[in-house]
Ligand binder design. Structure first.
Ligand SMILES: C[S@@+](CC[C@H](N)C(=O)[O-])C[C@H]1O[C@@H](n2cnc3c(N)ncnc32)[C@H](O)[C@@H]1O
Length: 410
């Protein structure tokens, strides 16, 4: 038979019976997409992997615990044949052929009547990549093409100009702790679509260098604020640019709502009638300790972690933090913006009962090339910070979790 390329098509399987033979790795990989397509899935297999079994337990598929029998494909619209028995696979694909059921075979692409493409999704579009010949099929190559297309669409390096929907108004994007790879996919896409980016000093600054030259990048710290407060001036800049019909991204370090004044900007935009999207980010409070080998919780060590702002000292009347209660907690304390006040913070914790030898770690510029970790105890931390010249930005971790990981290599 002359070899023709396959004919690509999107099957609409909602409520339609799909029969899967075999409950191994192939089924495990293919079932989630069939479930997402809303298919009425019957799995026929004496055994299944724990993940496939969980899908049956959750009612996402119907599992008949037995080997394939003639007639199983009778009412199917589509079949996936993937048992470990080649003879059963052949009988099943003969039945599929006789009943005109499109069937994929994991063990013999030549004998199959359908092939599964490598698929990926981006913003309401499914990218499906198929090899055109059964012989010489190279699934890694098709997967690599799929990855390149999906990744390109997501990060904006592959632009589909006529169909691109730009998000109007302002997007408040949490940029993560600093490593440019730690922004979310959505954040990166919005950044790629932006006309104006107003960025904080913290966060993934390297991403700004990748922006095309027409993008107007504004350093939030340099917005002149004359008779306004700095935050008010930033709010005004966001509103002004959005009113000009620009796509504005407010790029912030970590997560916008963790000591990021995100809600103040959301409120100002709402008052001005400007649409606003908030994209969460990876907060430094968890990721920076993690990057330095410190888990904020650990089984048998810490069952809670508390994130605290240390920007005002415990004896400052503006402080909203209940330091005596924090001193009584047995879990982890994570302090942001606390380098300058760490001496007073440590004193207050010890005065209210925390052991002076409680371990402390300071992680400066976490997840960046300049990351540095300095260890101390509550008794020694003030002196250590001075001696080792620890500077903001740093996350301070207080508690036994500091010592559970392998010792950091200096
Ligand atoms: C104004 S707060 C913003 C926190 C941010 N919204 C978040 O979720 O990570 C700034 C503080 O976050 C911490 N921080 C942020 N990025 C950091 C990093 N890469 N390394 C160490 N500390 C960081 C420091 O304590 C810094 O003073």
């Amino acid at each position: 038979m002359a070899e023709h390329p396959p004919y690509p098509v999107g099957l609409r399987l909602t409520g339609r019976r799909v029969v899967v033979l075999g409950g191994g790795q192939v089924a495990q990989r293919r079932l989630p997409a069939l479930i997402a397509a809303g298919a009425d899935i019957v799995l026929v297999s004496p055994e299944a992997t724990p993940s496939v079994e969980a899908m049956a337990d959750a009612g996402e598929i119907t599992w008949e615990r037995r080997p394939y029998e003639e007639g199983d494909l009778a009412d199917a619209w589509y079949a996936l044949i993937a048992t470990s028995d080649p003879e059963a696979n052949s009988r099943a694909s003969a039945e599929a052929e006789a009943n005109r059921v499109w069937c994929v075979r994991s063990d013999d692409a030549d004998a199959a009547t359908a092939w599964t493409p490598a698929t990926g999704h981006s913003e309401g579009v499914t990218v499906a990549v198929l090899t055109t010949e059964a012989r010489g099929r190279d699934p890694r190559h098709t997967a690599a093409i799929r990855d390149a297309v999906v990744e390109g669409l997501r990060d904006g390096t592959l632009v589909a100009p006529h169909h691109r929907t730009r998000t109007p108004g302002v997007a408040l994007v949490g940029g993560g702790p600093g490593d440019p790879d730690l922004i979310t996919v959505r954040g990166r896409r919005l950044l790629a679509e932006a006309d104006v980016v107003i960025a904080d000093r913290l966060g993934p600054r390297d991403l700004l260098a990748e922006l095309p030259p027409h993008v107007h990048v504004i350093d939030a710290a340099k917005i002149p604020y004359g008779r306004f407060m700095a935050q008010e001036a930033i709010n005004n800049a966001l509103i002004e640019h959005a009113k000009q019909g620009k796509s504005v991204v407010r790029l912030k370090g970590g997560d916008p709502y963790v000591f990021g004044r995100g809600m103040e900007e959301v409120q100002a935009l709402a008052e001005a009638g400007i649409p606003c999207t908030v994209v969460p980010g990876i907060s430094s409070s968890i990721s920076v300790p993690g990057a330095a080998g410190i888990p904020v919780t650990h089984r048998g060590v810490a069952h809670e972690f508390t994130v605290v702002s240390g920007h005002v000292a415990p004896d400052d009347e503006r402080s909203l933090v209940d330091w005596p209660s924090l001193a009584r907690l047995t879990g982890t304390l994570v302090i942001l913006m606390g380098v300058d006040k760490i001496g007073k913070i440590a004193e207050a914790l010890v005065a209210h009962g925390k052991a002076p030898d409680t371990p402390v770690a300071l992680v400066q510029e976490g997840t960046t090339a300049a990351q540095r970790r300095v260890d101390a105890t509550l008794a020694t931390v003030a002196e250590t910070v001075r001696e080792k010249d620890v500077k903001p930005p740093a996350v301070i971790v207080i508690g036994e979790v500091v010592t559970v990981g392998p010792r950091p290599v200096e």
